[in-house]
Design a binder for this molecule. Structure first.
Ligand code: DC
Length: 233
């Protein structure tokens, strides 16, 4: 792995709909850090598995498939694109169908092993905000700053519902809340790298906070951490 930069590793974990993606992007912008959305990587791998037609239950086939997985981010004209095995899949990975599929494929060991390696390679130099489910517990257990961002299931379902409705997806609020709860249960109960708060993570409940308030809380913790380490911001 190449040399560490002066920047630290910031992990933001938590259940779906807690606002991790927005907060991670804006926090990275405030700090001049790189954002790595690991959920997008799991979504892209689910899409590839489903379009390749391989049987996720066939361990050998899945393993060889995952060894060839190449999922990374590219910035084009100010937009971050998700590139999966050479193709731009950014616009295809946020549907309810891919959300359901991802909750299943992200529990599979070959998938997690492959993405764990890429995430460590991408984030290992520091100066990054990584968001996901297992960043502070598995991917970077030594991350200098860890947050667990959560919110009530109703609030998270409502936010997801608004997001999907804006995109024209035909969903109901009740179904979206039920879907969010079901996915969290699957993510928390799986054997490998389940969703859970790291012991040293700061819990932030975003139920009744604005995005700016969440960002201010995180930035304050960041500044304290940097001062205590005597690092440059
Ligand atoms: O954050 P998201 O909704 O885009 O995540 C999509 C799915 O990927 C979700 O079911 C949890 C899974 N995931 C994971 O298992 N580990 C991560 N580090 C990030 C996401």
């Amino acid at each position: 792995m190449s040399e560490r930069t002066d920047g630290i590793i910031i992990a933001i974990d938590g259940p779906s709909g807690a606002g991790k993606s927005t907060v991670a992007r804006l926090l990275a912008e405030r700090l001049g850090y790189i954002q790595i959305d690991t959920g997008a990587m799991y979504r892209a791998s689910a899409l590839l598995i489903s379009s390749s037609g391989i049987d996720p239950g066939d361990a050998d086939a899945l393993e060889s498939f995952c060894k060839e997985l190449d999922i990374h981010f590219e910035n084009r004209q100010g937009q971050t694109l998700v590139i999966a095995n050479g193709n731009d899949v950014t616009g295809l990975i946020r549907t309810p169908e891919i959300s359901r599929l991802t909750s299943q494929t992200s529990a599979l060991k070959p998938v997690r092993d492959a993405l764990l390696l890429s995430q460590r390679r991408m984030g290992g130099r520091g100066g990054v905000v990584l968001e996901g489910r297992d960043i502070g517990t598995v991917v970077f257990p030594d991350a200098e700053l860890k947050f667990f961002l959560s919110a009530s299931a109703e609030e998270r379902g409502r936010r997801r519902f608004e997001e999907l409705t804006l995109k024209g997806e035909p969903v109901t609020l009740q179904d979206t809340i039920a879907e969010v709860v079901k996915r969290d249960l699957q993510d928390s109960e799986r054997d490998i790298a389940p969703l859970k708060q790291a012991e040293d993570a700061v819990m932030v409940d975003s139920s009744s906070l604005t995005i700016e308030e969440v960002l201010d809380i995180m930035e304050n913790f960041f500044r304290e951490k940097i001062m205590s380490k005597g690092k440059k911001i």
